[in-house]
Design a protein around this ligand. Structure first.
Ligand SMILES: Nc1nc2c(ncn2[C@@H]2O[C@H](COP(=O)(O)OP(=O)(O)OP(=O)(O)O)[C@@H](O)[C@H]2O)c(=O)[nH]1
Ligand SMILES: [Mg+2]
Length: 363
């Protein structure tokens, strides 16, 4: 399963966000390096469409899609040279598929901000890039030796040299001018900055007093400086408080706080989009369930995500967009109205498709 890593300065709110997302109780505390060991946890992806489908079908069970988050310790200037928790942290970042930079925008009496959010980001990117530079140097040494006897390695050596030049200047690969093909080729070299990223600005509670405009302003400022990255604002502390309530009370609390539907759903969906992960649904009396698929997956591959027998014996997928189904009100009514389409094995599944698979059972 795809894993997202939370990366940021000490005290930026990574563990608080991790707890809000996963319902865990990792130590979140107002002192640096509270997190020593990385934690991995599963987060249910909140999705209003799933709740509506479960309600429509009177499902006994409602199962959201899940994503994995890794709460990593704080990174400080010099981490790439072993400062703070240094190298140990970087190895956790190597194991994630995408990076979420958590920046401290909030400020409280007991937690002054060490650097403004944009400088935090620059320092984090610099540390990751320098760590990547070291890694390219080590790989270059080995590959250059191998290329002497194996000319097929020369292309990789040239690419690593190009990457090293960019990284030496503190520019992460994702922001470099390397082509998409070059970036894909470099994926075999396990670099930290050759992964998709997004930025989460952890805002102060005062966004409530200003009716959310502070959120808008500070993230808009960050967004201008980071045109290539998805930037999102959230007050992690408030979201965490809401997440701790029983689920039936959460909606009311969000309304009371003026947080709309809450930012966690939007965040989870933005994070999944980084990796082109989307949702299809199955719905019935027994269960309504959200399933994850990667953009470009066929109906048959999606069937396989549920059960290998569905994939092996695939006949067709009966499909309708969830908005259309919800508007009609039931699967039977949609079927009678001729709104359920029969799609073949190569149909490219769309976000929000509700599917029922027809297959021959294995003998
Ligand atoms: N006021 C305010 N405090 C917050 C917010 N988010 C986190 N905090 C507080 O900031 C402190 C640090 O939060 P953590 O979640 O432990 O930060 P961290 O990034 O995991 O820190 P390290 O593990 O040390 O790297 C805690 O006391 C949190 O309660 C916020 O949105 N507003
Ligand atoms: Mg922490």
């Amino acid at each position: 399963m795809e894993r997202f890593g939370l990366v940021g300065f000490p005290n930026s709110g990574k563990s608080s966000l991790f707890n809000a997302l996963t319902g865990s109780s990792a130590l979140a505390a107002p002192f640096p390096f509270a997190t020593k060991e990385a934690h991995v946890g599963m987060a249910a992806v909140p999705d209003r469409r799933l709740n509506l489908l479960a309600e429509m079908s009177s499902s006994a069970k409602c199962t959201p899609a899940q994503v994995q988050f890794c709460d990593i310790g704080g990174i400080v200037e010099g981490a790439s040279q072993g400062e703070g928790l240094g190298n140990q942290l970087l190895s956790h970042i190597r194991e994630v598929e995408a990076i979420v930079y958590v920046l401290q925008v909030f400020e409280t009496k007991d937690l002054p901000q060490e650097h403004d959010p944009l400088s935090q980001l620059h320092i984090l990117e610099m540390e990751l890039s320098l760590a990547d530079f070291d890694s390219t140097q080590r790989q270059l040494e080995r590959r250059t030796r191998q290329a002497r006897s194996d000319p097929s390695m020369r292309e990789e050596v040239a690419l690593l040299e190009k990457a090293a030049q960019v990284l030496a200047e503190g520019v992460p690969i994702y922001r470099s001018e390397l082509s998409d093909e070059e970036k894909i080729a470099l994926s075999a070299n396990f670099l930290l900055t050759n992964k998709p990223i997004m930025v989460l600005a952890n805002l102060g509670e005062e966004i409530l007093e200003t009716g959310g405009s502070a959120a808008g302003n500070s993230t808009a400022d960050l967004g201008e400086d980071l045109p290539q990255a998805e930037v999102m604002g959230m007050c992690v502390r408030l979201e965490e408080e809401v997440a701790q309530l029983p689920s039936e009370d959460q909606g009311e609390m969000l309304q009371e706080l003026g947080l709309g539907e809450g930012a966690l759903a939007e965040f989870a969906s933005a994070a999944r989009k980084l990796l082109s992960l989307y949702t299809f649904f199955t719905t019935g009396e027994k269960e309504s369930r959200a399933w994850t698929f990667k953009a470009g997956s066929t109906a048959r591959e999606c069937a396989g995500a549920i059960h290998t027998d569905f994939e092996k014996g695939f006949i067709r997928a009966e499909t309708i967009a969830c908005e259309d189904l919800l508007a009609i009100g039931s699967w039977t009514a949609a079927k009678q109205a001729g709104k359920i389409r029969a799609e073949g094995r190569d149909y490219l599944t769309q976000d929000g498709d509700v599917m029922e698979f027809r297959f021959t059972a294995p003998r």
